[in-house]
Design a binder for this molecule. Structure first.
Ligand code: UDX
Ligand code: UDX
Length: 479
């Protein structure tokens, strides 16, 4: 089958950019992205291109394709009916109740999408899992589709995980390290994999397109994210040792990363990783191992999450202890709420947890982020597991439109997201506007610490002890 019409269920961070790039690179393919949310679709269709997600270069590519061969709609049934190939890109959050609570992914949206396809489709379809799913989810999708099969209509289910990172989504989609397609090892399965591969071959060299069996493809996505998260937890574990000994984690990361077998990427110590994927996918892997009766393997991967939790807690403790062991009624500015720069996404952002710990101590927080809307910040902080009393959030949190205004008259500011603009702020003016002693906490290691100290700041960061003989009375630990 030559794929002429593609439908994507789910117009989120994955479905939206992925299908935009497919439409951009395959002008002869019609791509329709559908979603249950009218509001989201209206944003994708907005005249002023006020898109629901912020991604560098996304607007430019949408401008080029929308209305040409890229369409956004809530008419899910028509899009399913007309498509040769359907991507399922709905969200798969970690379950918050019931069996597997806190670990297993919630597959209800995937199941709903599969049932809808089974009900509506009356011609052959290739159904592609784009969402991250547990290993063997394709089997469940296939069973749902088959159980509702109409005569003369068959379905082939493929796994085609997405490896884009937010903030660099368009770049990653245009030039991926690889495209992974998993399918059944049958002639029909093979043909479906080739059909999908042909779509990608419009812009991706064939040697970068990897074909595997379905379970390898599903597991590779979890494994990829688990390995990346593990690297960050490993360097963050080293940062704790650095802070206790006088070593500098940046120097350690550089020295370690120059070994070509290890490589330099994903060795940036921070206040902990965030994002919708790492924690969810590692927990998904842990749950899978437990279900497979592999408790030691589960415990091994779970430690990646435990280390991340510890890193967030350690950083909050550093702030509290530096501020003379109390932040109650003190004003602290939080710079950055997104889980990384160049995105407005806040899911599992470490900023949320830092704010939680500081609110528990009664600190007043002035929050600034260049991309996250105030409503989003407040709804994250009012989530019951973060703060049990929404009124407390209203009392303690103020959101600002300028970093200078946010920091004015505070005891301390904390860099939580590595936005480029934080590097070039006028820190002398900022210092002058703060209460003294003025504290700066660099959770992303983006500031010039010597310069900050010269200005007069008491500066603390991750993985390096700044104030050898300062307020904390540092004495190196000798073995
Ligand atoms: C993706 C993946 O699909 C997920 O598995 C991965 O781990 C993280 O990234 P993402 O695109 O980030 O999810 O999710 P989100 O931005 O929430 O978008 C999902 C969209 O699907 C939403 O717009 C939601 O309205 C839509 N949806 C959900 C449907 O259209 N139908 C449903 O039944 C459920
Ligand atoms: C990740 C994977 O990179 C991507 O392949 C997958 O498809 C989805 O999950 P994403 O979560 O969007 O992408 O961003 P990523 O760049 O991986 O960053 C995740 C978190 O780790 C961020 O909070 C980031 O700040 C943090 N991080 C990253 C570090 O703390 N140190 C690093 O060295 C790298």
């Amino acid at each position: 089958m030559v794929i002429k019409k593609v439908c994507c269920i789910g117009a989120g961070y994955v479905g939206g950019p992925t299908c935009t790039v497919i439409a951009y690179k395959c002008p002869e393919v019609t791509v329709t992205v559908v979603d249950l949310s009218q509001e989201r679709i209206d944003q994708w269709n907005s005249e002023d291109f006020n898109l629901p997600i912020y991604e560098p270069s996304l607007v430019e590519v949408v401008k080029e394709c929308r209305g040409r061969n890229l369409f956004f709609s809530t008419d899910i049934d028509t899009a399913i009916q007309e498509a040769d190939l359907i991507f399922i890109s709905v969200n798969t959050p970690t379950k918050t109740f019931g069996l597997g609570k806190g670990r297993a992914p919630d597959l209800k949206y995937i199941e709903n999408a599969s049932r809808r396809i089974a009900k509506i489709a009356d011609t052959d379809k290739i159904v592609v899992e784009k969402s991250t799913v547990p290993v063997r989810a394709a089997e469940s999708i296939q069973r749902i589709l088959q159980a509702n099969n109409k005569p003369g209509c068959s379905f082939e289910v493929l796994s085609n995980p997405e490896f884009l990172a937010e903030g660099t989504a368009i770049r990653d989609l245009l030039n991926p390290d690889r495209v992974l397609i998993g399918g059944d090892e049958t002639p029909r399965g093979r043909r479906a994999m080739e059909d999908l591969a042909c779509v990608y071959e419009n812009w991706i060299p064939r040697k970068k397109i990897i074909l595997t069996n379905t379970w390898s493809s599903e597991l590779s996505k979890l494994a990829g994210n688990a390995f990346l998260a593990q690297r960050i937890s490993s360097i963050n574990a080293m940062s704790a040792i650095c802070e206790a000994t006088g070593a500098d984690v940046a120097e350690v990361a550089h020295a370690v990363g120059t070994d070509s077998r290890i490589g330099p990427k994903f060795l940036q110590a921070s206040l902990g990783f965030g994002g919708s994927c790492f924690q969810k996918d590692v927990l998904n892997l842990v749950y899978l191992c437990e279900a497979l009766n592999l408790p030691e393997v589960a415990a091994y991967w779970h430690q990646v999450i435990a280390m991340n939790d510890l890193q967030r807690r350690r950083f909050a403790n550093k702030i509290i202890s530096s501020l003379f062991n109390t932040v109650t009624d003190k004003k602290i500015a939080i710079l950055g709420f997104a889980f990384k720069k160049d995105t407005g996404d806040t899911r599992e952002s470490s900023s949320i947890y830092l704010c939680k710990f500081l609110m528990e101590e009664g600190a007043h927080l002035n929050i600034y982020d260049p991309q996250v809307v105030p409503q989003q910040i407040l709804s994250e902080l009012k989530y019951p597991s973060i703060c049990d009393d929404p009124k407390k959030v209203d009392r303690l949190v103020t959101i600002f439109k300028s970093p200078y205004e946010a920091i004015k008259d505070t005891h301390a500011f904390v860099i939580c997201t590595e936005w480029d603009e934080f590097v070039t702020l006028d820190y002398q003016t900022i210092y002058n506007s703060m209460l003294k002693p003025a504290f700066a906490f660099d959770g992303r290691r983006v500031l010039d610490h010597d310069n900050m100290q010269q200005i007069g700041f008491h500066i603390e960061t991750v993985g390096k002890r700044r104030n050898m003989k300062g307020l904390n009375g540092y004495t190196p630990v000798t073995p």
